[in-house]
Design a protein around this ligand. Structure first.
Ligand code: CAA
Length: 290
């Protein structure tokens, strides 16, 4: 559950960077706490923030943490105030993968019955854009979590990899599929079959991430991107996100038809009328999501 803070304080980028730099916690006043994540549904106007919060375990993704992400995303997706969601692990580490200790002794039938990766489907189902802000390790499930988001802004310290092969298993939450679609077969093969890590620069060159910034600017840059998206029509954003994602699941002709219908559907919104009127009247549009 996303519990909205009683006394809502407007969080500023400066404060957040201050937090990153000093490690002083500002969360008491601005975050609704869960056990393994911190959530601020009103981080900025129309922008929500989820931060993974298992620092000692390098944000290893145990089942409870993923349930918290699932429930939070469901709430934020229904929250009309929220237009963009940022998911981060903080300045040191994004996530070192699924929790190895939690699953080490499981049988195949345990894994099948628990079906923990089905929890992850909510990320994919979220209709609002999610931006991953990645610093430090994004490995295994951590890399998969970032790739399930819609965009990835990385700091210079980011390291990506699918090292499951080194612990006698393989990616199970999208690594063989999303990584392959993002970086192509040969690089995906190398990463999945050797477990090696790549730097932020290699990830950028391979098309896995949007951009790289110094760690102290990670939230600033991510917020800049989030603000650009939050200014647009929420209706058009949802339909456009859906159409881009559809490119991965359809033939070109099916995808083009889907896109065309979503384009036509935007004409049912007041936002489309407002956007085009504002263009003609040479003013900034005011989008309401209607
Ligand atoms: N699960 C559980 N605990 C983890 C973890 C994980 N994935 N990754 C790190 N930790 C724990 C460590 O056990 C350690 O705990 P203790 O202090 O209690 O010993 C703590 O986090 C700090 O880790 P290290 O001491 O290992 O830190 P390091 O800086 O020396 O190394 C690392 C960092 C290279 C990321 C290393 O921790 C590592 O290799 N982690 C595992 C990476 C991995 O294999 N991920 C894939 C997991 S399986 C998966 O994700 C399946 C899937 O498809 C979803």
């Amino acid at each position: 559950m996303v519990v909205e803070p009683q006394a809502l304080e407007t969080q500023t980028v400066e404060n957040y960077i201050l937090h990153f730099n000093t490690q002083k916690s500002l969360y008491k006043t601005i975050y609704a706490r869960m056990e393994f994540i911190k959530v601020n549904a009103r981080f900025e106007k129309h922008i929500a923030l989820i931060e993974l919060n298992r620092p000692k375990e390098l944000n290893a993704l145990n089942r409870q943490l993923m349930l918290e992400i699932r429930d939070t995303l469901r709430e934020l997706d229904e929250d009309d105030e929220v237009r963009v969601i940022i998911l981060t692990g903080g300045p040191k580490v994004f996530a070192a993968g699924a929790d190895i200790k939690q699953m080490a002794d499981a049988t195949a039938i345990d894994m099948l019955n628990i079906d923990q990766f089905s929890t992850w489907d909510q990320i994919k189902k979220t209709r609002k854009p999610i931006i991953a802000a990645v610093s430090g390790f994004a490995l295994g499930g951590g890399c998969e979590l970032a790739m399930t988001c819609d965009m990835i802004v990385a700091s210079e310290t980011a390291r990506f990899g699918q090292p499951e092969i080194k612990i006698g298993t393989m990616p199970g939450a999208g690594g063989t599929q999303r990584l392959t679609r993002a970086v192509g077969k040969v690089m995906a093969m190398e990463l999945v079959l050797t477990g090696k890590f790549i730097s932020a620069e290699e990830a950028l060159n391979a098309g896995l991430i949007n951009r790289i910034v110094p760690v102290e600017l990670l939230m600033d840059e991510t917020l800049g991107l989030a603000r650009e998206i939050a200014k647009q029509s929420p209706v058009a954003i949802k339909l456009a996100k859906e159409a881009v994602n559809n490119a991965f699941n359809s033939t070109l002709d099916e995808g083009l038809l889907f896109e065309r219908k979503n384009f036509y559907l935007t004409f049912a919104s007041k936002d489309q009328k407002e956007g085009m009127a504002a263009f003609i009247e040479k003013r900034n549009p005011e989008f309401t999501g209607k």
